[in-house]
Design a protein around this ligand. Structure first.
Ligand SMILES: Cc1ncc(COP(=O)(O)O)c(C=O)c1O
Length: 361
């Protein structure tokens, strides 16, 4: 079967499975915040309508300064991008024809960006049986001849978080081997306050590169807002590579407002805490494996029938639920499903379907 590369494509899946167009599928395959977008955003975009009649400030100075302030770093360490995806491709461009290390299973676009810029990639794998722990010894051995290591923290698709101590060891090692450590923090805003972002480390480590996206937290995949943070020397270089006016005027106008909305982030955190506790408690009772995720999605597999994941996928579709297949995550090859945490009612529908699966299969 030709599976779509990303989640959030119920129409493509319906076509693939020859399903009736009318059939409704609850989308648990995209890991977006179900509380978003924030209520005020539509009116704010309407009010900003006139900005489309002129070119945006090519340096995005107001938004960039606002991001820098939000992160507690200097504005010259920030580059606003057209979604997190553009940041990944810009960094790959910076290391064009170099050597990279990618730890799988992880977000597919690091590999695609590396291929695009003829970067020679070596793949290594998380220790799945050990709570997706990083293979630290293997990484440190292999850093020697690499220009860049790509990490995702929290990791997509497992939702697991690399301990800070491990990142520190890798940054120190990278200093010796002249290797940059790129950490994708696209889901960092979903983490509990006890696990902070790495942005403060930019003061200490000039070989740290961070990717961010506002897409997931604010449910705005169609707006395209991201940024990257790194040493000013890299940011300066990448500013020259970035397509002019890559970020549109509407985005430039709303970035400061989005970053101010602490209440929305707090509401999200309360919802996630409540729902994830309930879901994991129930999954445990039903004897399903779930990855030790700290964010708004997790990997799922039936502990009693681990080889029947594909059947489970189809069973859920039959019950109106679309999970994210994991066929194209290297190292997972379809063994798990990635499931988003959604509203209370939707999560209840998922759990009801899983109870049925347990009773009938
Ligand atoms: C880990 C990770 N990084 C980056 C992105 C890209 O985000 P954006 O939509 O802001 O380009 C995604 C989107 O799925 C993602 O999962």
């Amino acid at each position: 079967m030709k599976w779509p590369n990303h989640g959030g494509q119920p129409e493509a899946i319906k076509k693939l499975l020859h399903m009736n167009d009318e059939k409704k599928l609850l989308d648990f395959s995209a890991n977006l915040n179900p509380l978003g977008p924030p209520n005020w955003l539509q009116e704010s975009l309407n009010n900003s309508y006139e900005v489309i009649c002129r070119y945006p400030d090519p340096t995005y100075s107001t938004s960039s300064a606002r991001v820098a302030n939000h992160e507690g770093i200097d504005p010259d360490k920030v580059l606003l991008t057209n979604g997190g995806a553009e940041a990944i491709f810009l960094v790959a461009k910076y290391f064009e024809q170099g050597k990279a290390l990618i730890v799988h299973p992880t977000f597919l676009e690091y590999e695609r960006a590396c291929k695009h810029y003829h970067i020679d990639v070596e793949d290594i794998f998380y220790k799945q049986e050990n709570n997706f722990k990083l293979p630290m010894e293997t990484i440190t051995e292999k850093l020697t001849d690499k220009n860049i290591l790509f990490l995702c923290r929290p990791n997509n698709p497992s939702g697991t978080v690399i301990p800070e101590e491990d990142i520190k060891v890798l940054l120190e090692e990278g200093k010796k081997t002249d290797t940059y450590i790129a950490v994708d923090e696209a889901f960092v805003d979903f983490l509990p306050a006890s696990i902070p972002t790495l942005s403060a480390w930019l003061h200490t480590y000039s070989n740290l590169i961070l990717f961010r996206s506002l897409t997931k937290m604010y449910t705005i995949p169609g707006l395209r807002i991201g940024y990257m943070m790194a040493d000013a020397s890299i940011i300066n270089q990448l500013k020259k590579e970035q397509i002019p006016w890559s970020i549109n005027g509407l985005v430039d106008a709303v970035v400061p407002k989005l970053l101010e909305d602490n209440r929305f982030v707090e509401q999200t955190s309360n919802w996630l805490h409540e729902q994830s506790n309930y879901i994991y408690r129930t999954l445990k009772q039903l004897n399903f494996y779930f990855s030790a995720s700290s964010v708004n999605f997790y990997l799922l597999r039936d502990n009693l029938q681990p080889k029947r994941t594909e059947e489970l996928f189809h069973f859920l579709v039959g019950h109106g639920i679309l999970a994210r297949h994991t066929h194209n995550f290297k190292g997972l090859n379809g063994k798990y499903l990635r499931i988003a945490i959604r509203s209370k009612e939707e999560n209840e529908q998922l759990l009801t379907a899983l109870r049925k699966w347990r009773e009938t299969s």
